[in-house]
Write a new protein. Structure first.
Lengths: 306, 335
């Protein structure tokens, strides 16, 4: 069991004010830890707040409330964040979901991947730096001919891989991967997933893996949190969660997984989620530990929701 | 049952600055009444272009080079643009990946559905409105009377896709072409839309061509599956043929790049390399470079379609009688 906490998220709240009277609670009071060397999955439907969580951690949004500690250092506070900026970016990187808007369209692929290396002054010699860029391209399965291409000359899948190469360029110890494979083809997906697994085993990479591909999450993650309407409704080790989902939303979500098997696909029964279940009294609105390491949100008694 | 739609040796090319790109190469398949055919392939394999060429809505630089598309005994590649207008929407409809690009944001959903009804049918406006409300109920939009007057931005992604399906079904078409209609949707909504499509098919007996890159979607929906690679159909058969007894190395690769359902050990298999550049297609089989089972002949000549059973055929030299026997990846053995 991994014990060293790398990242602690405590009571994170991220609210957005839309109009005078509308407040969107994108992330509403969630807490979790990420241990060193683990891949934590975050699943849920769009609008459930999983991307916002990732963005709040790396301070793209200033959290409305709560604390985020990285290696024991408080990074959610604007002051300490500014002081620790270089340290944070050296160790923590993010892969964005939308590769089009996250790559500078006036820079070539080489310049994009090279930029973090230049900023952090990691290589003295130009040749060494170029060598590293080639290595990164190779790692994500892109051909060298793309080095001088601009992002718009690449396909969506290729752009996504440029984003991944950029995130990996500093060999960070923690990566926030926001739907890194959603826009990729199946065979490329496998390539990138293998890369994550390999980096985890060989370099001890820690990762927050945000995805809605439940089959892939099951394969790649050590633990999985399920988000729904800004809250984590269930958090457990992957095997436990997939074998024994407890929260009705988790059950509904898992029942909509499409199995690539025509005979069993026809027997699938989809469970519909009823909003009213498990959300009654104030005092029950927190995570309960139902078995070791398996947390469920709301009213849980015996084996049933009331 | 006779074939409703037949595509014979269809070839589509795009002319670009760098030269001619052969996007669809010698594709043939047929579709029976009430059947769902999934066209499975990775991005850039030509699956969308194939369907657009059936409806003849290719971009200006694209053209059908040869082959024919036969609907109800009529060759659609020979029809005049005007007669083609009558086919689109009435005989064959299409739904696309992103519903927002299809819906006009300044016109109410109800009017957009009515528009489709009025173009092809000579009925009064009030009858068209009644019909459009019926359609909205058919696709599972609650409170259709009130929803009729709402705009696309009032609708969620799933509801927009439902509205687009309603427009596509407005004139009771015989064939529905669905181009990745669930890719932009959440898993739960995706499951709902797929169920809706199945329900509608059961009610109306419509034939569906479903384009997807998701093996799970294909398994769920399709009776028959065609696997496309670099503009060609490399394997075609019933869903059971393709999933339980695949014969083409590319299909093997696709299947084994998915995480296995029961085991979580080891690395995923991936297909090494990248799809070929359609501008400069290699000699021989387009898949040869990435194929670890490639034979010498794969680099010299393109394999023809070999028939495996009445429903199942694949284009790989491995099926030639003189080819050496190869062991497919473990998970397909003994099936």
């Amino acid at each position: 069991m991994k014990t060293e906490k790398l990242l602690e998220v405590k009571n994170l709240k991220q609210y957005f004010k839309l109009a005078r009277n509308t407040l969107i609670k994108a992330v509403d009071d969630i807490s979790f830890d990420i241990y060193k060397g683990e891949i934590l999955g975050l699943v849920g439907e769009s609008g459930s707040g999983k991307s916002t969580t990732g963005r709040s951690i790396i301070n793209i949004y200033q959290p409305t409330g709560g604390e985020i500690y990285y290696r024991g250092k408080l990074i959610s506070d604007p002051k300490t964040y500014r002081a620790e900026k270089t340290f944070i970016y050296r160790n923590m990187q993010i892969i964005f979901q939308d590769s089009t808007s996250s790559l500078n369209s006036r820079m070539t692929v080489k310049e994009i991947i090279e930029e973090p290396l230049i900023i952090q002054k990691l290589y003295k010699k130009k040749e060494e730096r170029s060598e590293k860029v080639y290595e990164l391209l190779n790692l994500v399965g892109l051909d060298k001919i793309y080095l001088d291409h601009y992002p718009y000359e690449c396909s969506g899948g290729q752009r996504q891989r440029v984003g991944i190469a950029r995130a990996l360029s500093l060999d960070p110890e923690f990566i926030i991967a926001d739907e890194p494979i959603a826009s990729l083809d199946v065979s490329i997906q496998a390539q990138i997933i293998n890369l994550f697994k390999k980096l985890q085993h060989e370099n001890g990479l820690t990762c927050l893996f945000i995805s809605h591909d439940l089959a892939m999450v099951r394969y790649v993650c050590d633990r999985v949190g399920v988000m729904y309407h800004g809250k984590i409704v269930e958090l457990a080790e992957t095997k436990e969660l997939y074998r024994n989902p407890i929260h009705p939303y988790t059950k509904a979500l898992f029942s909509s997984i499409l199995v690539p098997d025509p005979d069993s696909a026809r027997e699938r029964i989809r469970i519909k989620h009823n909003l009213s279940i498990g959300a009654n009294s104030e005092e029950n609105n927190r995570l309960f530990e139902v078995s070791e390491g398996h947390f469920v949100y709301g009213c849980y008694r015996g084996r049933n929701f009331i | 049952m006779s074939n409703l739609l037949e595509v014979n040796h269809l070839a589509v090319s795009f002319s670009t600055e760098e030269g001619e790109v052969q996007v669809v190469r010698d594709v043939s398949f047929s579709l029976k009444k009430g059947e769902t055919l999934a066209i499975l392939g990775e991005s850039g394999c030509g699956k969308s272009v194939l369907c657009k060429s059936i409806l003849r809505i290719l971009p200006e630089n694209g053209s059908i080079k040869s082959g024919e598309v036969i609907l109800n005994g009529e060759n659609m590649t020979k029809l005049s643009p005007k007669s083609m207008d009558r086919v689109r929407g009435k005989e064959i409809s299409m739904i696309f990946q992103d519903p927002m690009t299809l819906l006009n944001p300044t016109i109410t959903i109800g009017k957009q559905i009515m528009e489709a009804v009025l173009i092809h049918q000579k009925i009064s406006k009030s009858a068209a409105k009644k019909k459009s409300i019926e359609l909205m109920e058919l696709v599972g939009l609650d409170d259709a009377e009130n929803r009729h007057a709402q705009y696309p931005h009032h609708f969620s992604g799933g509801m927009r896709q439902r509205s687009v399906i309603a427009i596509a079904l407005a004139c009771n078409p015989k064939v529905l072409i669905a181009d990745e209609p669930t890719t932009a949707l959440d898993v739960t909504i995706q499951a709902q839309i797929l169920e809706l499509i199945q329900e509608i098919q059961a009610k109306t007996g419509i034939s569906i061509i479903f384009i997807t890159h998701d093996l799970g979607v294909a398994a769920q929906l399709a009776q028959r599956i065609a696997v496309m690679y670099a503009g060609k159909i490399v394997e075609i058969g019933t869903a059971q043929d393709i999933f339980y007894d695949p014969r083409h190395p590319y299909t093997w690769g696709l299947m084994s790049s998915l995480p296995k359902i029961d085991s979580d050990e080891g690395l995923l298999n991936c297909i090494s390399g990248m799809p070929p550049n359609l501008l400069h297609l290699p000699r021989g089989d387009a898949f040869a470079q990435r194929n670890k089972y490639a034979l010498k002949i794969d680099y010299l000549a393109e394999p023809p379609m070999f028939k495996i059973s009445a429903t199942h055929s694949a284009a790989t030299w491995l099926l030639h009688q003189d080819a050496p026997k190869v062991q497919p990846p473990v998970r397909f053995q003994g099936l």
